[in-house]
Design a protein. Structure first.
Length: 214
């Protein structure tokens, strides 16, 4: 098993101290930080996300995996920030009004930071106007809205409408996600992006930000 494969394996098992140790070993082996991130940490987290969707793992395993990737990020962050100074962006993140769930949101937060983005995390139960105000105040590139309850999905439409009412839709991309959310719902409410998991959300958000800064 290669060093990168061991990072992925330890992450999937939630072994934070071993992830940190093996990331340091990878750096000592002169493996580029971005490769360690993509082929070690993010590969492991993507596998966890896939297993979660097929009920092979459950919330406790996802939580310990997220702690493990955070441990690896603490080691890598200084190197990644140095690499990506020209392509960083700003993402506003929150769980929509009426919804108090934050597990998925917190994992997305970690993933966004892993791609070098500045994250403005508004927490849970966030009103549509708060998303808009944070986007304006921080010159955000992406607004990421999470919902875990079917009953709160419609609040995402309200977020889109608030940005439209303020003539701000052309200045930011609105990304939505969460267990009950679909691509069809995204198109129906006029949001820009739907992603199935936190890893994909981070990759797409980074691509949006990098594209705006070319």
């Amino acid at each position: 098993m290669t060093t990168l494969e061991r990072i992925s394996d330890y992450l999937q098992k939630g072994r934070a101290s071993k992830v940190k140790e093996t990331v340091l070993q990878a750096l000592d082996e002169n493996i580029p930080p971005r490769v360690i991130m993509d082929d070690g940490l993010l590969r492991g987290m993507r596998l966890v996300a896939e297993k979660f969707k097929t009920d092979e793992v459950f919330v406790p395993q996802v939580l310990v995996a997220s702690r493990a990737i955070n441990a690896g990020l603490q080691v890598l962050r200084p190197y990644l920030q140095g690499e990506e100074q020209g392509a960083t962006g700003v993402a506003v993140l929150g769980t929509v009004k009426g919804d108090m769930h934050d597990i998925g949101k917190n994992i997305v937060h970690i993933m966004l930071e892993s791609k070098g983005l500045k994250v403005i995390d508004l927490g849970v139960d966030v009103p549509a106007e708060a998303f808009y105000q944070a986007a304006v105040e921080n010159n955000a590139d992406v607004v990421c809205c999470s919902a875990l309850l079917t009953a709160t999905m419609e609040e995402m439409r309200h977020v889109v409408n608030v940005f439209s009412a303020h003539n701000y839709r052309d200045k930011v991309k609105i990304m939505i996600g969460g267990a009950p959310v679909t691509q069809g719902f995204c198109a129906h409410i006029g949001a820009d992006i739907y992603t199935e998991d936190a890893v994909e959300a981070a990759e797409v958000a980074y691509a949006v930000c990098a594209g705006k800064r070319k």
